[in-house]
Write a protein that binds this ligand. Structure first.
Ligand SMILES: C[C@H](O)[C@H](O)[C@H]1CNC2=NC(N)=NC(=O)C2=N1
Length: 123
């Protein structure tokens, strides 16, 4: 299967095409920690961090990805928590391939030392 992190968001017809449920299920198998909502319009994951500093470090990295890809998640940010939700507004708030590409890139941040599991453990 294609590694989603190796793809760039698409702004042609493919990037705007809402995904069918079969495709959503297939793509979300690569992102087991993320939840697709019941009607298949949003994918989200909650990330927990030790403190506000680490949370904001992560939020800033997500913002960098979002600006680079021109695809922006909703983020709910608390002291040690960030809820990241992707949907494609330009497609009537449906899921597109771009949501999965960006979710995979956010997920991959956890493999980087300065965002990794140690910083998500409570002190
Ligand atoms: C013009 C600009 O690229 C578009 O409005 C982009 C910006 N970021 C976006 N982010 C998300 N999540 N969905 C979109 O449809 C979207 N569209």
């Amino acid at each position: 299967m294609t590694d989603l992190t190796s793809l760039q968001c698409k702004y042609d017809e493919q990037g705007k095409a809402p995904l069918e449920m079969d495709k959503i299920k297939q793509l979300s198998a690569d992102l087991p920690e993320w939840q697709v909502n019941q009607d298949g319009t949003q994918i989200q994951r909650e990330f927990l961090f030790k403190n506000y500093y680490h949370t904001m470090n992560f939020v800033n990295a997500i913002a960098w990805i979002a600006n680079k890809e021109a695809h922006h998640p909703d983020m709910e940010v608390n002291y040690g928590r960030c809820l990241v939700s992707f949907t494609t507004h330009d497609s009537g708030n449906r899921l597109t391939i771009n949501d999965f590409i960006c979710a995979a890139k956010v997920q991959a941040l956890l493999d980087v030392g300065s965002f990794g599991p140690k910083l998500q453990e409570k002190e």
